[in-house]
Ligand binder design. Structure first.
Ligand SMILES: NC(=O)c1ccc[n+]([C@@H]2O[C@H](COP(=O)([O-])OP(=O)(O)OC[C@H]3O[C@@H](n4cnc5c(N)ncnc54)[C@H](O)[C@@H]3O)[C@@H](O)[C@H]2O)c1
Length: 495
């Protein structure tokens, strides 16, 4: 949306109002001429629509029809993510001028609010590259019969009936969504007002000064208003893990560093006024969890005290906290117990968190991302080791699952969730993919568990997690192998 003219190849196109007169022709033609595009045709099937219009497209594999109302924000958000929509062609509208003189609220709801929902969904999901908004000639109002000069695009919008007024309103929203910042200057001509005899008695500078003085001398009138000085609204408060905000493409706020300190958390929450709190902070040990064995108090302070304090403040403030937890609290089997100090702190805190009904615990396991320059990335680590283990594990593909964590917050989901892609994959299989996609010359040597135990201070956690609860909530969640190929290796492919 921010670079509307940048060239790109559309893949998955959402067409709204697709069972109507114009959009059905567009959908049928795209299906016929562009078999590489997936077309998701959406329509609420109002009185003026007919599925017959889409007859030629129904039997083709790259076509999907969804009966839905664009005014349903949850559904539209879900569809954009689930169908990986990169392009929207927005035709849906109440279109019959005569009807708009009767039930005009229907026109406002479908044409303005519906368009608004689509635009907001594009902003939130941050995946749509182009939004094509279909408007109407009627936004300019009636054209004089005598004139032979047409209205250029920049003509003033002067709608003359409720239908065209709602189309003009939608157009203005579309224009406003390309500029997510405040204007610098508004300058009005006040001559007409002055001709009535009005003139200002207080200069602009003097008025500002008096306003400031009033707030300074009346601190009790509104209470503490310093929060108004911060840019807002903010979507959420993220504590510590900066990468998270970048990955999901949201304008998130960061909590302060001193976050196990209760008053500093309260202060952050007061300033930011978040809708949700994401806690991705934790001591995981650098270069690896062995460090937690020798820095136990530091580990407790962040992983236990900090996390609990944050959950408690959130509860007090009526906020949901999405807690990025770990699957490393489980053991592989009796022979290979988990006993690292890091895992212990995580297991303890998770048990206590169950008492907080405002917490959504997401158990990540061996996170993988497409950013292969990130040294903590599981694949980057594996490719650097001289010897690697070969155990099947559940894993979390961040590129797929981080946006899902945002969606979970929006759905206000709480409780405990195994936050991994379904299925398991071994180190060996991943390195084979690495060789296939990245480096045909790549070689590695396998470790066995006994050999590993000799060089590592803390035992490592390997196991399968059952992610069926997550899959039920997000049916399009990919299996671990497909997800790694799609999100990590395909975008980084070098061979
Ligand atoms: N037909 C014209 O002469 C003309 C002229 C200029 C502009 N337009 C614009 O072109 C677009 C398409 O017009 P058309 O003539 O094909 O209209 P149409 O009435 O035939 O089709 C509109 C479709 O939108 C669907 N729809 C309405 N509200 C919806 C909602 N909330 N959610 C999902 N679907 C919804 C309806 O069911 C219908 O299938 C409209 O935006 C219209 O303003 C049409």
């Amino acid at each position: 949306m921010s670079t509307p003219m940048a060239p790109y190849q559309p893949k998955n196109i959402l067409i709204t109002g697709a069972a109507g007169f114009i959009a059905s022709h567009v959908a049928n033609r795209l299906i016929k001429n562009y078999p590489n595009y997936k077309i998701v045709a959406l329509d609420k099937l109002d009185y003026c629509s007919s599925l017959e219009n889409l007859g030629p497209s129904f039997s083709t594999p790259n076509f999907k029809f969804v009966k839905a109302d664009i005014a349903s924000a949850d559904l539209v958000n879900y569809l954009l993510v689930a169908e990986e929509i990169d392009t929207i062609m927005h035709f849906a509208a109440q279109t019959h001028v005569d009807n708009s003189f009767g039930n005009s609220f229907e026109f406002t709801n479908n044409n303005i609010y519906g368009t608004h929902v689509l635009l907001e969904a594009c902003k939130i999901t941050n995946r749509v590259r182009r939004f094509i908004h279909v408007s109407t000639d009627e936004v300019y109002g009636e054209t004089d019969l005598e004139t032979d000069i047409g209205n250029p695009e920049a003509s003033q919008l002067l709608p003359t009936n409720p239908y065209s007024a709602t189309k003009a309103g939608a157009e203005m929203l579309v224009m406003a969504y390309h500029r997510p910042f405040n204007d610098k200057r508004y300058f009005l001509d006040d001559q007409k007002l002055k001709r009535l005899g009005w003139e200002e008695r207080t200069s602009w500078e003097e008025g500002l000064k008096r306003t400031l003085d009033w707030y300074t001398h009346n601190p009790d009138w509104w209470g503490d208003v310093t929060a108004a000085l911060y840019p807002h609204p903010r979507a959420s408060l993220v504590v510590c893990w900066g990468n998270f905000a970048v990955k999901v493409g949201l304008n998130l706020s960061m909590g302060g560093q001193d976050w196990e300190n209760r008053s500093s958390i309260v202060e952050d929450v007061r300033k930011v006024r978040p809708s949700h709190v994401f806690n991705a902070a934790g001591v995981t040990g650098k270069p690896n969890v062995d460090r937690c064995e020798t820095h136990k108090v530091e580990t407790i302070r962040t992983n236990v005290v900090g996390t609990l304090t944050l959950a408690d403040v959130c509860k007090e403030q009526g906020l949901i906290m999405v807690n990025f937890a770990t699957g490393c609290i489980f053991e592989y089997d009796e022979k290979h117990p988990q006993a690292s100090f890091y895992s212990k702190t995580k297991a303890m805190v998770e048990e206590l968190m169950r008492e907080y009904e405002n917490v959504c615990t997401l158990r990540f396991q061996m996170p993988i991302s497409s950013d292969l320059s990130q040294p903590r990335n599981f694949i980057t680590k594996m490719a650097r080791y001289d010897k690697v283990l070969n155990v099947p594990n559940s894993m979390t593909v961040l590129d797929e699952l981080l946006p899902i964590s945002i969606e979970m917050a929006k759905r206000n989901l709480t409780g405990t969730w195994n936050f991994t892609n379904p299925g398991v994959i071994s180190h060996h299989e991943i390195l084979e993919m690495y060789r296939e996609y990245m480096d045909p010359e790549f070689k590695w040597v396998n470790f066995d568990l006994e050999e590993q135990a000799k060089v590592m201070v803390a035992p490592r956690s390997h196991h399968e997690m059952n992610s069926s609860k997550l899959k039920n909530e997000f049916p399009n969640l990919l299996g671990i192998r497909e997800s790694i190929i799609k999100y990590v290796f395909e975008p980084n492919k070098k061979t």
